[in-house]
Design a protein around this ligand. Structure first.
Ligand code: ARG
Length: 472
């Protein structure tokens, strides 16, 4: 270590020598926690003001410290101030920056706080900020799905269960099912934020401070709803990180489901959608290929989001109170999940917004696979036939059609009667896709008027999401 620039270590008084290289390398987190610098500086400003009010900094000292923190913030943002190889973590690097600017006065800022309450505060501030960015991106994806739903509001499509044609649905109804999932994802994040809005600052290492600080004032200044009720919990609690990672993993699973559907819809077998050139890739060998890579990566990224959640839960399992260094392992999964979502959401939104839906093909295939069979059975039920018998009769009809290679509506009156005594010519009344859709008019059903209502409500939710992302 050169004599000119001794490393800024935040401990050392009781140590006779420096750490072994292997320890220093293991201990180091600044290469990933540097992104917390703006939040650490925010917390430092609030802490300086609280020290001022406690009489532990005089006004001139407080002003100098605040000015230096502002300068450090600017320099850090522009890259003029950067962490050095021997800055262990973001707190060490920023303390060095402060000492470089105000000399030993900078050392006063450490009074009454510990890296344990600082890091917990920084990570909460970072996440509350980034959750708003994620919600803004989710709102864009919801908007893309809503515009496609508007464009296909009158288009029937095959509805599937077990990946088999089941009953016709409006294609917009299917798109809105994806929107419902994303609406829940946003509401989970909004709920998460209520629990995350607790400030650990003031907890110190674990027991609180003997100095006359004002944790509530600091909490308030940093936009938290309140200060933590228990200082031991304040420095140990990573529920907020794990809960965020669950929300992120759930978004990943929803993106994966949408991705998988789009992959299928874009196959030559389905041909329901064609992806825009800007959101598909080609093959280096097969000139005809147009690959749905965005949808596949959306599906694949779910794996790493689930991994991020799993890795933090495993770190937390079995940790005793209060702060343990294992907790340093909380940050990379959280950062990875934030980065992943901010990367994948705009790509999926763009892919959905620009995909071309083949409405003629959807309409033409909506009743394939005897998808109106349930309508015939329910028609018989309305005529008083027990559902069990109706199901049986229509099952025979489907077999008859399969053997004779025809559709349900092609069967003659005589043949209907041969298949089952219940199958009188009036069953043909219900053999229309439009009729089948309109009949499903119970709340939440696929009838056009219900789907239109759903669309209006979804727009209201998305507007609220956009608002929350900016003010919430
Ligand atoms: N880099 C540490 C972390 O991420 C900061 C807190 C360190 N505290 C300590 N007592 N060593 O958790």
């Amino acid at each position: 270590m050169s004599e000119a620039a001794p490393p800024t270590r935040l401990w050392g008084g009781r140590f006779s020598g420096g750490p072994a290289d292997a320890l220093a390398r293991l201990s180091m987190s600044v290469h990933f926690d540097w992104r917390l610098a703006p939040y650490d500086l925010l917390a430092s400003r609030a802490h300086a003001r609280v020290l001022r009010r406690a009489g532990l900094l005089d006004e001139a000292e407080c002003d100098r410290v605040l000015a230096a923190l502002d300068e450090l913030d600017r320099d850090a943002r522009h890259g003029a101030f950067r962490p050095q190889a021997d800055d262990e973590d973001v707190h060490t690097a920023l303390e060095r920056g402060l000492l470089e600017r105000v000399g030993s006065l900078g050392g006063k800022l450490r009074a009454g706080r510990s890296r344990n309450d600082q890091i917990a505060t920084d990570l909460r501030l970072y996440l509350r900020d980034h959750v708003r960015q994620i919600v803004a991106r989710l709102a864009e994806l919801e908007t893309a799905l809503l515009s496609q739903a508007e464009r296909t509001i009158d288009t029937p499509a095959p509805g599937m269960t077990h990946m088999q044609h089941a009953q016709p649905v409006l294609f917009a109804h299917q798109l809105l099912a994806h929107v419902q999932a994303f609406i829940r994802d946003v509401s989970r994040l909004v709920d998460w934020d209520v629990r995350a809005a607790v400030s650990p600052l003031g907890a110190g290492a674990l027991a609180g401070s003997s100095l006359p600080l004002d944790p509530e004032a600091v909490a308030n200044e940093l936009g938290f709803a309140r200060a933590a009720a228990n200082s031991i919990d304040a420095v140990s609690d990573r529920d907020f990180a794990a809960e965020f990672l669950f929300c992120a993993a759930m978004i990943g699973v929803h993106l994966s489901r949408l991705g998988e559907e789009i992959v299928l819809w874009a196959t030559s077998e389905f041909r329901w959608v064609e992806l825009d050139d800007a959101f598909s890739t080609g093959s280096s060998i097969m000139p005809q290929k147009k690959n749905p890579d965005v949808a596949e990566l959306a599906r694949g990224k779910a794996g790493r989001l689930i991994g991020d959640l799993t890795s933090l839960l495993v770190v937390l399992k079995g940790l005793p109170l209060a702060y343990d260094r294992d907790l340093q392992e909380d940050k990379e999964p959280v950062f990875d999940a934030v980065d992943t979502l901010l990367l994948v959401l705009p790509a999926v939104a763009g892919m959905v917004a620009t995909m071309h839906v083949d409405v003629e093909r959807l309409e033409a295939t909506a009743a394939d696979g005897y998808a109106l069979a349930t309508d015939v059975a329910e028609h018989l039920v309305r005529r008083g036939v027990p559902f069990r018998d109706a199901h049986e009769a229509v099952g025979h009809l489907v077999v008859w059609c399969a053997v004779n290679d025809c559709n349900l509506e092609d069967v003659s009156d005589e043949d209907l009667a041969t298949v089952s005594e219940h199958l009188t010519p009036d069953v043909r009344e219900v053999l229309s896709v439009a009729g089948a859709l309109a009949a499903r008019s119970a709340p939440g059903g696929t009838a056009p008027e219900r789907v239109r209502e759903q669309l209006v409500e979804a727009h209201t939710s998305v507007a609220a999401h956009e608002k929350w992302a900016t003010n919430g």
